[in-house]
Design a protein around this ligand. Structure first.
Ligand code: ASP
Length: 437
């Protein structure tokens, strides 16, 4: 049994958090490979080390002094080292990094040093080996991960270590320069290491006890999702519900390694298991989660006999393509077709889109309406389960909310409902209460 663990910035923000992390790791001997983020926020208006490093880069590129901010970064690590009473000095590392910043080192290199230093501290604290991500995570010239080389090298390197700490967030380009993933990218490093080592499980430790069935800012005390499939996660993430970097799914998904989202501050909580398939005996809810977003517009095009006019849909979509606009949903009737699009994307070209649609399709009418919110009800158990769409609609109707559109893909794991933005919270809560109570 092998577990690969990744700890996020809030789990590593200070010495107290380091102690919790060490207790978690030492509680199970199969927790052998540890990926760390840079120290995150200790309190809500604290600064993340990564943000301070980006600030150093910005200042240096404008030839402004970095002393004050760099001293704060040093103090973060020195505080952790002295509070943990470690026999470790990062002074020579600090000096080297400061010189590199002043000599205009690359932005990614500078940002990556937060993880690099934190991994040195964590390895020292745990008595594990430090293995630099630079020696195992490789990008191609186009900036994409070189999967084969990366997996093979990591496997080879880590097979020589029983326990190791690896900095998250970065790897190396073919020319030797450091490149980072996008923000939150340590999740991806963890997934890559889990995949390379054929781990039995990838534990992703953060500051929440898993994914919630709904956004707690919208629904009071939502329940934790115990099991979710990768596909359901993707559907919920599309609507903004995330606990994990989106790209972290792919490496482990390909070979069926489950991801367990866990809470460093409540390690006894089971958290959420993200898996490829869920045994139906686990299912006690029809739905897995609900997510939603405001800020959509709907273009409705009507024309008599539209259903028999060949090429009508293509001409409409071509207009959007010509404006380089991507659409989200396309609900249609016999003589009507609607397009749901993020308002932000069309706000500056509404008139010309309408004019082009009129020119290309000679419709009876075209209108654009803003202020649409989408609510997405996701659940693998909805497949083949009669009456779920009916329950969603009646719950919304009973809450006196009008449904402006409804869309269910044939995969049946997702029902998307469009309501007025003013009704967003009411609709979301009505659905949650209907299914979860
Ligand atoms: N430290 C990086 C960030 O703040 C990467 C990570 O935490 O995963 O985005």
């Amino acid at each position: 049994m092998l577990r690969v663990l990744k700890f996020g910035g809030s789990s590593l923000a200070d010495a107290q958090q380091f102690e919790k992390v060490a207790n978690i790791i030492k509680a199970d001997d199969t927790r052998r490979f540890i990926i760390v983020s840079a120290p995150g926020k200790r309190f809500s208006d604290d600064e993340k080390v990564t943000d301070m490093l980006y600030e150093c880069y910005n200042l240096a590129s404008k030839k402004l002094a970095i002393d004050e901010i760099f001293a704060k970064i040093e103090a973060r690590y020195n505080g952790i080292i002295s509070d943990l009473k470690l026999d470790l000095s990062l002074q020579s590392e600090f000096d080297r990094i400061r010189t590199a910043i002043l000599n205009h080192a690359g932005r990614d290199y500078i940002a990556s040093r937060g993880e690099y230093l934190n991994a040195i501290v964590m390895a020292n604290y745990l008595g594990f080996d430090f293995v630099d991500a630079e020696s195992g995570i490789f990008f191609n010239d186009n900036g994409k991960l070189d999967n084969k080389k990366t997996y093979e090298t990591i496997e080879q390197i880590l097979s020589e270590h029983t326990h190791a700490v690896i900095p998250g967030f970065y790897g190396v380009m073919p020319n030797g320069t450091i490149k980072t993933f996008t923000r939150g990218g340590s999740d991806i490093t963890g997934s890559i290491v889990a995949r390379a080592m054929s781990a039995d499980i990838y534990e992703n430790w953060t500051d929440v006890s898993g994914m919630l069935m709904a956004d707690p800012r919208c629904v009071k005390n939502p329940k934790v999702i115990e099991h979710i499939t990768y596909r359901e996660l993707r559907e919920l993430a599309y609507m903004g519900a995330t606990v994990l970097h989106e790209d972290a799914i792919f490496p482990v998904r390909e070979c069926g390694i489950p991801i367990n989202i866990r809470n460093t501050n409540a390690p006894a909580d089971a958290g959420t298991m993200i898996v490829s398939e869920v045994d139906n005996s686990f299912d006690n809810e029809v739905i897995t989660g609900i997510a939603g977003k405001k800020g959509f517009s709907i273009i409705t095009i009507e024309k008599d006999m539209m259903n028999s006019e060949i090429g009508f849909g293509r001409r409409v979509l071509e207009v959007l393509e010509n404006h380089q606009i991507s659409w989200e949903h396309l609900p249609s009737g016999i003589d009507a077709m609607s397009l749901v699009i993020a308002t932000d994307v069309i706000k500056d070209c509404k008139e010309s889109i309408i004019a082009d649609i009129i020119k290309k399709t000679s419709p009876d009418s075209v209108v654009i309406e803003d202020g649409l919110a989408l609510v997405s009800v996701v659940g693998r158990s909805m497949v083949g389960n009669k009456g779920t769409a009916g329950r969603v609609c009646s719950a919304i109707a009973e809450a006196q909310v009008n449904i402006k559109m409804i869309d269910q893909g044939s995969s049946e794991i997702n029902i998307i409902v469009g309501v007025s933005e003013d009704d967003f919270l009411t609709a979301l809560n009505a659905i949650y209460n209907e299914f979860v109570g």
